[in-house]
Ligand binder design. Sequence first.
Ligand SMILES: Cc1cc2nc3c(=O)[nH]c(=O)nc-3n(C[C@H](O)[C@H](O)[C@H](O)COP(=O)(O)OP(=O)(O)OC[C@H]3O[C@@H](n4cnc5c(N)ncnc54)[C@H](O)[C@@H]3O)c2cc1C
Length: 397
Amino acid sequence: MSKSASENAFLIAGGGIAGLATSIALGRMGLAVRVLERVEAFSDEGAGIQLGPNATKILDQWGVLDRLEKKAVRSEGIAIGDGMTGEHLATVPFGKTGLERYGAPFLLVHRSDLHDALLDVARSYSGFEIKMDHEALSFKQSTAGVAVTTNKGEIEGRALIVADGFWSRLRNDIDTGAALSFVGRMAWRSLIKASDMPEPLHGPWTGLWLGKGAHLVHYPVCGGDKINIVAVIADRWGGRSEGWSHEGDAGFLVPHFDAWNDLPAQVVRTAETWRVWPLFKMSPLRAWTQGAITLIGDAAHPVLPFLAQGGGMAIEDAAVLAKTLEDYDEDPWQAFQPFEAARIERTARTSFESRRMGNTYHMGGVMRLARNLVLKNRSTEALLKRFDWLYEFQVDK
Ligand SMILES: Cc1cc2nc3c(=O)[nH]c(=O)nc-3n(C[C@H](O)[C@H](O)[C@H](O)COP(=O)(O)OP(=O)(O)OC[C@H]3O[C@@H](n4cnc5c(N)ncnc54)[C@H](O)[C@@H]3O)c2cc1C
């Protein structure tokens, strides 16, 4: 008996950035997609996200950029300063210079605006379906396809793409060798009104302040109406259960910035409500594909946020997965292994560079002075060149 259209669909566990990006990439190929999403409804909770040209180039091809641009802010660059002295160290220009160099903008967006735009475009494909309040619990596969057990019963499809994020439950059922470890840092995030931001820091760009054992990032989102603030501090993880964010107490955070220059310290003092993310790393997986099942996004290769690339990597994954399926006659059994092979090196490098960047941000003593000297003397060309490997990415390369 032949299978119904829905039984022949690609199942995607998780409707976050990776899951929805994959829905679009497969939808463009005319493939049927069913997303199983754990939550009952998406909330607009969340924080800012920076999208480099490697990701916005793909979003542009998909028609997502058009829907996103009104709510996004085109970044003119990153202004790097020493948080302790307030001294300006360097500017990485992402405005006209970056656009000319990489062929796509650097965008500053609220995560829920990105999510809405992805969902809008995914919904424009007739083969797209999303099942909310469907938590994927486990899966079985045979040559006939994949069956996913959810809290609402079993759902069949021709393949399974696991996009259930950093704390992936389904990853445990594949022999990936995943080992997660806390990196000794917590990311505190807040959203404030743009009008509350100290005047010298207004503008369409990212401020990055480096300090001993801490750093601070701020940039406008929501069309410039709000400012996303991220303060990363060295800290112990309070042993909370797994999961993402929890509420943070400003009274605990602010003293970490007492020794800082008043301008960046003022930014931290301005924000009243915070959410806190413990930062974890995961070494590159041994493998993330098993037959017609593969992992994607944070489930496959979480990236610490210091390069602002976790979401970007998920978007790249989706585009590469679609291209690989195209190359292998849409056969997941053939395509998923080459997809993994195409992604493992780049995502591992991004993860490594991100960790390295984080260490540079938090330097103290003589290392800090040496870092500042290097940054102050680096030409614009040299600053940008360091990002070429990241931002010049093309799917067919
Ligand atoms: C502090 C911080 C700052 C960051 N800044 C940036 C940045 O500037 N730029 C950038 O590109 N990235 C950034 N990131 C990373 C980025 O947010 C993630 O890489 C990205 O969200 C990963 O997308 P994902 O879809 O793989 O996972 P997620 O966004 O976690 O989505 C997973 C989805 O799966 C659902 N789900 C979970 N389990 C199940 C299940 N069993 N069944 C069904 N559904 C399930 C969840 O509800 C969710 O909808 C940052 C991260 C942090 C912590």
